[in-house]
Design a protein around this ligand. Sequence first.
Ligand code: PEP
Ligand code: MN
Length: 334
Amino acid sequence: MLLILKPQMTKTDANELIARLAWMNLKTFITEDDNRYCIALIHHPDQKINLELFSELPGVEKIVPFKERFKLASRNFKRSRTIIEIGPVKIGDGSLTFMAGPCSIETEQQVYQTAQALASQGVKILRGGAFKPRTSPYDFQGLGETGLDYLSKAAKAHNMLCISEVMDTKEVEIVAKYVDILQIGARNMQNFSLLKAVGEIKKPVLLKRGMHATYHDFLLAAEYILTAGTMEVMLCERGIRTFEGYTRNTLDLSAVPVLQELSHLPVIVDPSHAVGMSRFVPKLAYAAVACGADGLLVEVHPEPNKALCDGQQSLTPDEFAKMAKKCMQLREIL
Ligand code: PEP
Ligand code: MN
């Protein structure tokens, strides 16, 4: 349940209240919304809670039960949209954030060349995979820590932030050492140990929707990261599996407005993995912008036909530039 505090209550008052509740062995989370503090009390379903007891606590204005199984991710907990600030970049503030770069980091030159081209387009976040979740064990698995080193140096050299996927709890600290945003891939959306481990690192996380996950599954996965201690979580729609086999996946655009209504977390769309064919990526990106996406995650490679991974869905820097320009124009019109 949620304790909505009276408007005059300060953060110190809220923390004092949390300290008073410590004996009850409840998990507490605090948020500021509409200039007042709210405390989420998370208790075990078997734990009997007397609501009246809480309404009599000093400073408590009202008690609101959580409507959904996901709590911290819900609009119930936080009515205003979460804005994630990483250095000069703000995600979820109504602007459109681009995260772009190759599927995999292949060489130092490839990632530098991509970073340079994207930075000149105003892109602030460079993507690149170093630990790759490949369907076949015989495919290129990524450069590991060497790749992360290339990625972070290329990003720094071009005044960019960077994002990369972490696949295993054992690698969380290594990846976190190099990147500004940790990515959890679709295949790991319900790897609960990994979700807890990235949450504990307290760095922003981009969580991709599992290919068979419902919105509720997706938000409950986000809840694992939030309850582990990181409120800076982005939800990424990257297409789901349907009966349609022509495209790699089916981009579920309903996810954008629905998730934004159910949750305060920013919603990013990845049109590249959704459709899997570069020629269709721009059209899906425009549609995502029209649906109100907070950002786009796009694969860009200087020479897609030579890419070691996902070249067929990667845009060239020039194609990306044209697409990004149109996306911004579209956003202005809307
Ligand atoms: C990726 O972004 O490189 C990736 C592997 O995506 P997904 O987890 O959505 O398949
Ligand atoms: Mn890819």
